[in-house]
Write a protein that binds this ligand. Structure first.
Ligand SMILES: Cc1cc2nc3c(=O)[nH]c(=O)nc-3n(C[C@H](O)[C@H](O)[C@H](O)COP(=O)(O)O)c2cc1C
Length: 169
């Protein structure tokens, strides 16, 4: 397997088409929004979505202390929002990094500018090493613009995944 190098893993894994979303989280009065691309449905009945969350992230800490989180997706015209949320967010009432948010009954933030949002209740967590797969059941969701697709990784110049760099080494 001479061809298996960190670079070859990066190049191959970065080819996997990825959605883009912002994970909304809350615990003990602290709120966060985090750009995420490891988002996929894992069951139809019950309807479950899995998200891969960095064990070193603020979001991981909040999701570990709470049973609820949100996934927010946006118009392809609004990809700048993903840049804003690739570092820990600042919360002030009604806003995360100046993006307007509304809290659900379970106190997790929904982004007012999202074109699709889902609220999930965590059912399982599986630690895979650098990341934990949080599997949540959809308990509420809304699609505001059903005729429009949402932004995905290919709409941006961003990449995520492959082998550990920086913070993981
Ligand atoms: C395009 C893109 C996709 C990302 N996808 C994920 C992801 O799926 N899971 C994850 O844990 N971090 C992901 N990140 C990294 C987080 O957004 C970033 O490290 C964040 O600051 C850490 O989260 P925190 O604010 O909760 O500490 C991604 C970053 C970018 C730019």
């Amino acid at each position: 397997m001479d061809d298996l190098t960190p670079e070859s893993i990066n190049v191959a894994t970065w080819k996997i088409p990825s959605p883009l979303g912002i994970i909304g989280s809350h615990a003990n009065g602290e709120f966060n929004g985090m750009t995420a691309s490891w988002i996929t449905q894992v069951s139809m009945d019950p309807p479950l979505i899995g998200v891969g969350i960095d064990n070193k992230s603020v979001t991981f800490n909040l999701m570990n202390q709470s049973d609820f989180f949100t996934i927010n997706m946006f118009s392809p015209e609004y990809t700048k929002v993903f840049v804003k949320f690739s570092k820990p967010a600042e919360y002030s009432e009604g806003y995360l990094n100046k993006e307007p948010v509304t809290l659900t009954e379970n106190s997790v933030p929904i982004f007012d500018n999202a074109t699709v949002w889902l609220e999930l209740k965590t059912e399982q967590k599986i630690d895979f090493g650098t990341h934990t797969l949080f599997v949540g059941e959809i308990i509420n969701c809304k699609t505001l613009t059903p005729e429009e697709r949402v932004a995905y990784m290919g709409d941006t110049r961003m990449k995520y995944g492959g082998v550990p760099r920086g913070g993981h080494e």
